[in-house]
Design a protein around this ligand. Structure first.
Ligand SMILES: O=C(O)CCC(=O)C(=O)O
Length: 194
């Protein structure tokens, strides 16, 4: 990923390696446009077997099926997200269309995401935050203790999870105080069509 601007956040020496963060990745006008468009998507409650989460999601390109534990093809992303996916690809010096999966998530007040690592079917994970700030929490087991780190993620910022932050650390977001949206751009670990 040559050409990446340095990532900016406090206490970087304590952060999981492989976590990067860029405030102001989109403008305030772009944020308004994205929030309007996302709110019009057919967002559905996150489903994990019998469990239904409070956050609502829409997946494009590929969708992870938590019951069958594999990726399934999903509808192509809406055209209005293409310039932002291209911006992430150009920023990361990826080839065009390297991002195979786009997930839109709405966190109404009280909605959260529990501790998890992203599925192995995906590779790099970029997250664009919109409308509200949130504490993006990380933890990993260190002997009998948990090593922890929290990044205060601002609206309009982009984060990247790669390396240890992606593979060894778990992440979560506690129940939101205000409405937040995120757009998660993921590359695929391998081509699931093959
Ligand atoms: O909303 C976010 O930025 C986090 C999303 C996330 O961790 C996930 O969908 O697996």
């Amino acid at each position: 990923m040559e050409g990446f601007q340095p990532s900016l956040f406090d206490r970087q020496e304590l952060a999981p390696s492989g976590l990067s963060y860029w405030p102001g990745f989109v403008s305030a006008a772009e944020e308004r446009l994205l929030v309007d468009r996302i709110a019009q998507l057919n967002l559905v409650p996150f489903q994990f077997g019998a469990y239904e989460g409070k956050r609502r999601v829409a997946s494009f390109g590929w969708k992870y099926d938590f019951s069958r534990r594999h990726l399934e093809p999903a509808a192509p992303p809406p055209p209005w997200i293409a310039p932002f996916a291209s911006r992430v690809e150009a920023f990361a010096s990826f080839k065009p269309d390297a991002i195979g999966h786009i997930l839109f998530t709405e966190y109404a007040p009280g909605a959260a995401i529990g501790w998890h690592r992203d599925k192995k079917d995906f590779d790099l994970v970029f997250g664009l935050s919109l409308a509200a700030a949130c504490p993006f929490r990380f933890r990993r087991k260190s002997g009998k203790r948990w090593e922890r780190f929290t990044l205060d993620v601002e609206p309009r910022s982009l984060y990247l999870l790669t390396g240890e932050a992606r593979k060894l650390w778990e992440h979560s977001i506690p129940p939101m105080a205000a409405l937040r949206y995120s757009v998660t751009f993921r590359t695929l670990a391998c081509d699931p069509c093959k």
